[in-house]
Design a binder for this molecule. Structure first.
Ligand SMILES: Cc1cc2nc3c(=O)[nH]c(=O)nc-3n(C[C@H](O)[C@H](O)[C@H](O)COP(=O)(O)OP(=O)(O)OC[C@H]3O[C@@H](n4cnc5c(N)ncnc54)[C@H](O)[C@@H]3O)c2cc1C
Length: 416
């Protein structure tokens, strides 16, 4: 399967489109595909990197979350359930690698087991199949190396090659006429009589309507439209280890801890990827830059902005958050601490069984009051749409979210 799509070039003077989408991740490419399928509008995607899906969309766990984790009736629950179903069909029809292995969520205490029962009720309400296993034998029959007192099995969960999925969306969009300007960073925006002029690193673009799907930079792009100025993205890095090849039998499918309802991150888990590798992670540490993928990377501008943000200072003044932060930083700097967390799920894992792998950075919106915003946030103006918090499971939700946004964008566009 090819990994690069052909790059379009901005005309020497200026190129003009009905709609310009900023960001070539799973959300931007899904919106582009939906818009070009549902309308005859002239659409372009602008991506600052050479490849698509270089940031969050290509640096995640690649898990399709079928919806047992999300409050019944919420948009997240609806989109995760529908998204999982649709992505499985899409992957099968478009040769995107996928492994339909299901997930095991393990409880280690009575409190966690009660939480699993709640999750099972949520699963029922959301129409997601989930079975509660009790005792070590039942768990071992599903995952021979996993340990716990109870576990929830959700067979609908799957692992997908996220990068190939985004390339496939982009190929679909391109086939229906969408232009892709890669290696092109949007650097400034100014209003015009009938829309906006975007100043980019490769030339100028005119757009009657702009869709901001800029992920880790979405709040900054929105700022230029005077939108979402009350919110800021705080980057949280998630680091992964990979299980060495001759110990991959430690995980057959996916093994997760019971989630803490107060935290937006799911905790260190095991995922068997579509190529047979098994990854362990991610943790969640403050990244000292929006694209700071290692703990020695620092972006001074980003760091000053993070520390200067009232919402961040309020967040870290919460003693629970400080405790969580200390534990997560420990996992980042000390392999033994990371392995210790992973051993809660699979006790026979040893430090020699894993090697350091990739990292991803979550664009986590934090409100001025210091709350970690858990739901997607989308803001619209007459001629622009801003996806400000495409938090996990954003990959899982991307097909229905793309359609949902496209409907609203077409409606707005026609009203302008
Ligand atoms: C560690 C981690 C694990 C995760 N695990 C899962 C999971 O298992 N399942 C799941 O469903 N979800 C998961 N997620 C969430 C999921 O990855 C995201 O919700 C999703 O990828 C967000 O996609 P996006 O298109 O909004 O952002 P991105 O993929 O970050 O895309 C934004 C794009 O905008 C571009 N851009 C930014 N600024 C500009 C500019 N000025 N000009 C031009 N281009 C610009 C960037 O280069 C980038 O390519 C995880 C996320 C992380 C970080």
């Amino acid at each position: 399967m090819s990994t690069l799509i052909v790059r379009d070039r901005i005309a020497p003077n200026v190129s003009t489109h009905d709609i310009v989408i900023i960001g070539g991740g799973c959300i931007g490419c899904s919106v582009a595909r939906s818009l070009s399928t549902a309308s005859a509008l002239d659409v372009a995607v602008v991506e600052k990197e050479h490849h698509l899906a270089v940031h969050q969309s290509g640096r995640n766990s690649g898990v399709l979350h079928p919806g047992f984790n999300y409050e019944p009736g919420s948009l997240k629950a609806r989109f995760a359930t529908e998204g999982t179903r649709r992505m499985k069909t899409y992957a099968a029809e478009n040769d995107v690698p996928i492994a339909n292995d299901g997930v095991l969520v393990v409880a280690q205490s009575d409190a966690e087991e009660r939480r699993l029962r709640d999750l099972q009720r949520q699963a029922d309400a959301n129409g997601v199949e989930a079975e509660l296993l009790r005792g070590a034998d039942a768990i071992e029959s599903y995952e021979p190396h996993a340990a716990g007192q109870a576990a929830l099995v959700a067979p609908a969960a799957a692992s997908i090659d996220a990068q190939q999925y985004v390339y496939s969306l982009a190929r679909d969009a391109r086939a229906t006429g969408v232009d892709f300007y890669t290696d092109t960073r949007v650097e400034g925006v100014s209003p015009t009589r009938d829309g906006f002029r975007l100043r980019t690193s490769s030339g100028r673009l005119n757009a009657r309507y702009v869709v901001n799907c800029a992920g880790l930079h979405a709040d900054r792009v929105a700022d230029a439209f005077d939108v979402g100025t009350d919110l800021q993205v705080i980057p949280f890095r998630g680091e992964y280890y990979e299980v060495v090849p001759d110990r991959r039998e430690l995980c057959r499918s996916m093994i997760y801890p019971t989630p803490d309802p107060e935290l937006p991150f799911l905790g260190v888990h095991y995922t068997r990827r579509t190529d047979g590798t098994v990854i362990v992670g991610p943790n969640a540490v403050l990244a000292l830059g929006r694209e700071a993928y290692t703990n020695t990377d620092v972006n001074p501008r980003d760091l000053v902005e993070i520390l200067g943000y009232r919402g961040f200072r309020r967040l870290v003044s919460d003693p629970k958050m400080l405790r969580v932060a200390a534990t997560e930083v420990n996992k980042s700097y000390r392999k033994t601490a990371f392995v210790e967390a992973a051993r809660r799920l699979v006790p026979s894992l040893s430090a020699d069984d894993v090697t350091k792998s990739y990292a991803g950075i979550r664009a986590q919106l934090v409100s001025a009051d210091g709350d970690l915003v858990k739901d997607p946030v989308v803001r619209h103006t007459d001629a622009s749409t801003h996806v400000l918090n495409a938090v996990s499971p954003g990959l899982t939700c991307s097909l229905p979210l793309g359609d949902h946004l496209a409907d609203r964008i077409i409606e707005n566009f026609e009203a302008v």
